[in-house]
Design a protein around this ligand. Sequence first.
Ligand code: AHM
Ligand code: MG
Length: 329
Amino acid sequence: MSKNSLGLPIGTTLDRFIKKKQDEFPYATGELSQLLRDIALAGKIINREVNKSGLLDIAGAYGSKNVQGEDQQKLDVIANIRFTRALRNGGQVCAIVSEEDEEIIHLNPNCRYVVAMDPLDGSSNIDVNVSIGTIFSIYRRISPVGGPVQEEDVLQKGQEQIAAGYILYGSSTMLVYTTGHGVHGFTLEPSLGEFVLSHAILKCPEDGKIYSINEGSWKYFDKGTQSYIEDCKERDLTARYIGSLVADFHRNMLKGGIYIYPKTENTPNGKLRLLYECNALAFIAEQAGGQATDGHQRILDINPTSFHQRSPFYIGSTKMVAHAMSFLK
Ligand code: AHM
Ligand code: MG
């Protein structure tokens, strides 16, 4: 039977892969493995809902705003409910911070794990059948198990993540995750309903030719970012921007590129949220050999002070991120 670069048979399911990884750690309790399986289940459920968009009355605006004052889409709300339910039923999580909820969602206080998540990112793309994603970060709580979850359990630096990943609802559905030992990608086999190992070890090219930024906001960018974009054009790089962070990041990680959401005149910290958008992708980028900064410092070193805080974001191929940063000094 053909084997991939991890020595596992082609067609290895996510469940089997997680089990194999767990067996490599003699003291593993199996709780994290179960949590990853719960996330995969939530991803499959959201995938089912996303696929029905356009057939049922689940596309379009929900008629409410989230904590950041942004219009919630119906599928944003559905994904948040489905994800929270899967994690509650799975029983491994003591608290969730979600883009869609202002406060911490308290689950089982006897559990060790905290999850930060954006259940459905890029949701303005839902109605037009363009790729969207789920992003998640997993932390071990700091306060004692059994007691109430504290703010410090949630406000941890990105470098404390013990696992992170995303699910990309694209031309195929993929789950990509890391536990700090490389990045692994699984593609959903729809007829089986199983995520199957398709990208044993994901590596981000050191350099690339793609830059991804919403150039419509050009006049609001800082001078450094403007100069860097001019430089990209001078060097005949290719512009690609979907407006779905997971999809833009995934493409650039595979092909080599940089994704930028800078600070602007009206948004001094950019748009993207540190806890459940930037940190997870920064962890994955670094594990794949890439880099992620806020333009000045490593994303994973930022000390969060609030659940929904934002950060400028420069992520992708190491050389490109370093070059972009040289314009920001
Ligand atoms: P969301 O969490 O409300 O979906 O916003 C995040 C999205 C990212 O997926 C995407 O990269 C970015 O917002 C696009 O923003 P803009 O339309 O300003 O370019
Ligand atoms: Mg989002």
